[in-house]
Design a protein around this ligand. Structure first.
Ligand code: 3PG
Length: 398
């Protein structure tokens, strides 16, 4: 069901679950507002139809009680700027004060509730643990619209349980994300997948699935060192998940059986410590000094990855190639992003998934429309590609 199926929304109170989980700096300023921007079109559709929009979202992982560090207040301000009209901010997520803010809304106005995860019921393990909170949330509104694609893999009160309590529909962002990711399950070939980021263990499920789907699998970032170790290289002080080496060896063998081309770095930028000022040098992967850690793929690897991506008709990319937030280790991610931009211009489908990779490409100066799509989902897009059932989508289909 889409918003069109909800009928006349004039004067209706719409509870809208968005994913506004944005990175903040030490002063609490938003460093990448991509998810806030992505939430705007659906909010506008609702306000233009005369709805009273109650946006709810989480920020970070507070422990089920209020924690000022994770307040959504700065996000309410940014959202107001992007919408061109102020967003009322409810200091509490539910209860009398939240209800008062909701009651003060006129048709076409927007309020944002405080961080859902200030309430333990949001992330309760069982439906019973979440019931009271879900009831309170649902009592604020007449209908529910689910538009937080980045959270549809979470069985949480505001994603799952409220959808069972109110008439509901999927918002435009959820629909777009699903359409794009669906294309990746029937990709134009060759299909390349580039994975980076720190940990292999976060991506085991998706790697297993991609070994059946992808033609090329390019591995960079911290997780590459576990692959290099599995191939017999010494990786010095680089990130290494010893307990995953055997699993990765299995992947390498399986890739060979399936004819999947696994591409690993051939050189790395090796530094004495995890710092922008650390002494660093480019070394081939068979000569990583014992006292250094690889913090980026090297220039030859970046060139190799760029060439491989250029041959693909479809590319999905999740996870930076190095510690891109420090200038000396940003080049691998930059060269790869540029190769994807060129591939997009040449007609390939390119999808960037994941909070970190999205933040990386924006921080490095690329624009959202340089790629076919920048997904707002990190874990959600990976689980979708893994072929898992996502509770927040399943509940909308029921
Ligand atoms: C994300 O950042 O991927 C989503 O907002 C989900 O956040 P979570 O992993 O804390 O549930």
């Amino acid at each position: 069901r889409t918003i069109d199926d909800l009928g006349d929304l004039t004067g209706q109170k719409v509870l809208l679950r968005s994913d506004l989980n944005v990175p903040l700096d030490d002063e609490g300023a938003i460093t990448d507002d991509g998810r806030v921007r992505a939430s705007v079109p659906t909010i506008k559709v609702l306000t233009e139809r005369g709805a009273r929009v109650i946006v709810c979202a989480h920020l970070g992982r507070p422990k089920g009680e209020p924690d000022p560090k994770y307040s959504l207040k700065p996000v309410a301000e940014r959202l107001g700027e992007l919408l061109g009209s102020p967003v009322a901010f409810a200091q509490d997520t539910v209860g009398d004060s939240a209800k008062a803010v909701v009651d003060s809304l006129e048709n076409g106005q927007v309020a944002l509730l405080e961080n859902l995860r200030f309430n333990a019921g949001e992330t309760g393990k069982t439906p019973q643990d979440r019931a009271e909170f879900a009831d309170q949330l649902a009592s604020l509104a007449d209908v529910f619209v689910s538009d937080g694609f980045g959270v549809v893999h979470r069985e949480q009160a505001s994603v799952y349980d409220v959808a069972e309590r109110l008439p509901q529909a999927a918002g435009g962002l959820v629909l777009t994300e699903v359409q794009v990711l669906e294309q990746l399950t029937k990709p134009r070939r060759p299909y390349a997948v580039v994975l980076g980021g720190a940990k292999v263990s976060d991506k085991l499920g998706v790697i297993e699935n991609l070994l059946k789907e992808a033609d090329l699998l390019l591995i960079g970032g911290g997780m590459a060192f576990t692959f290099l170790k599995a191939q017999g290289y010494e990786v010095g002080k680089s990130l290494l998940e010893e307990d995953q080496v055997a699993t990765v060896k299995g992947y390498l063998a399986e890739a060979e059986n399936h004819g999947v081309d696994i591409v690993l770095p051939v050189d790395v930028v090796a530094a004495t410590e995890f710092s922008a000022d650390a002494d660093h040098e480019v070394v081939p992967v068979d000569a990583i000094p014992a006292d250094r850690m690889g913090l980026d793929i090297g220039p030859d690897s970046a060139q190799l990855f760029a060439e491989k991506v250029t041959t693909a008709k479809t590319t999905f990319w999740n996870g930076p190639m190095g510690a891109f937030e420090m200038a000396p280790y940003a080049d691998g991610t930059k060269v790869l992003a540029q190769a994807l931009v060129d591939a997009t211009k040449a007609g390939a489908v390119t999808v960037v998934g994941g909070g970190d990779s999205a933040a990386a490409v924006r921080a490095l100066g690329f624009a959202d429309d340089d790629f076919t799509h920048i997904s707002t989902g990190g874990g959600a897009s990976l689980e979708y590609l893994e072929g898992k059932t996502l509770p927040g989508l399943a509940v909308l289909e029921d």
